[in-house]
Design a protein around this ligand. Structure first.
Ligand SMILES: [Fe+2]
Ligand SMILES: [Fe+2]
Length: 277
C-alpha cells in the first residue's frame, strides 16, 4: 500500500449520519411541469426511456434488498447510518416512481411501473440485480453475524452497484441530458440522489477498508465477489439494442473506461488493488 493510500481520509458512519441530517429533500419539491411538456413533444425517447426504466428497476431492488445490512452485526453508529441509507433508497425509488406517474406514464402503483420497466432490462442486469444481489442479501439475512457475508454484500451493493454502475450511469446520462437541454426536473432530482449516493459509497469504502485491514482474508472475499460479477457489469455497460447510442455522445469504451477508473481508485483505498484480482 502506498503512502498516498494511507492518507486517504474517509468519514466514519457517525459523520456520515450527521451529513444525512443536514441533507434532507423531498421528491415532491421538484417541479416536473416543464419535463411533462417536453416529454409530450419528444421525438426519440428510446435512450431516455431505457435510462429511466433501468433506474426504476434498480432502485426498487436496491430499496427492498437492503434491510439485511441494517440488521447485520455492527456498531450503533453504523446501524444508525445504515437506517438512514434505507430511507434514502426508498426516497429515490419514490422520486423515480413519481416521474413515471407524472411524466412518462399514468399514476400507478410502484410495482406496475417496475413491471413495465422490466421488459427492457438486459440479461446482465438481471444477473446482477435479481440473482447476485438477492442471493447475497438472503445469505446476510440468514447469517447476520457472518463477516464474510457482510463483506460480500457491501462489495456487490456499494462498490459495484452504487459506485461502479451507478456513478457511470449518472455521469453519462446527465451529461447527455444537460447538453440536449432535456428534463431539467429529472436532472435536479437525479442530482440530489447522486449526492446521497456519495454518502452511501463513502460508507461502503470505509467498511471494506476496515474489514480488510482487520483480517486480510476479507480481501479474498472482495476479490472473489468481483471476479464473479465483473463480466456481467461490463456487459451491462452497453447501450441497449435499438436505442440510438450515438446520441449519447460516448462509446461503450468510454463508459467502461470511466467505470474501471473509479473502481481502480476505490479498490486501492480498500486495500485490494485491481491487479491482485
Ligand atoms: Fe439510491
Ligand atoms: Fe444508495
Amino acid at each position: 500500500m502506498s503512502d498516498a493510500t494511507h492518507e486517504v481520509h474517509l468519514h466514519d458512519p457517525q459523520m456520515l449520519y450527521r451529513h444525512w441530517e443536514e441533507s434532507q429533500w423531498s421528491p415532491w419539491d421538484i417541479d416536473l411541469s416543464n419535463d411533462r411538456e417536453q416529454w409530450a413533444a419528444m421525438e426519440d425517447r428510446s435512450l431516455v426511456v431505457f435510462v429511466l426504466g433501468s433506474l426504476m428497476v434498480a432502485e426498487e431492488r436496491i430499496t427492498t434488498k437492503f434491510s439485511g445490512l441494517v440488521g447485520a452485526d455492527g456498531s450503533e453508529e453504523e446501524i444508525t447510518f445504515l437506517a438512514t441509507q434505507q430511507v434514502d433508497e426508498a426516497r429515490h425509488m419514490q422520486f423515480y416512481a413519481r416521474f413515471q406517474d407524472e411524466v412518462v406514464s399514468e399514476p400507478a402503483l410502484i410495482a406496475a411501473h417496475v413491471q413495465r420497466a422490466r421488459q427492457q432490462v438486459s440479461p446482465a442486469f438481471q444477473t446482477i440485480f435479481d440473482d447476485k444481489l438477492v442471493a447475497a442479501h438472503e445469505r446476510l439475512c440468514a447469517n447476520p453475524g457472518d463477516r464474510a457475508a457482510k463483506v460480500a454484500f457491501v462489495t456487490i451493493y456499494h462498490l459495484i452497484l452504487e459506485a461502479t454502475l451507478g456513478l457511470t450511469t449518472f455521469e453519462f446520462s446527465t451529461r447527455f441530458m444537460a447538453r440536449e437541454g432535456l428534463l431539467a426536473g429529472f436532472v435536479e432530482g437525479y442530482t440530489k440522489i447522486h449526492h446521497d449516493e456519495h454518502r452511501h459509497i463513502g460508507y461502503g469504502i470505509w467498511f471494506l477498508r476496515q474489514a480488510v485491514a482487520e483480517s486480510p482474508e476479507m480481501g479474498d472475499v472482495v476479490r472473489q465477489t468481483l471476479r464473479e460479477l465483473l463480466p456481467a457489469v461490463a456487459e451491462s455497460l452497453t447501450p441497449p439494442a435499438g436505442a440510438d447510442a450515438s446520441v449519447l455522445g460516448a462509446s461503450t469504451d468510454d463508459l467502461r473506461a470511466f467505470a474501471l477508473d473509479g473502481l481502480t481508485r476505490r479498490l486501492k483505498i480498500v486495500g485490494v488493488p485491481l491487479d491482485t484480482l
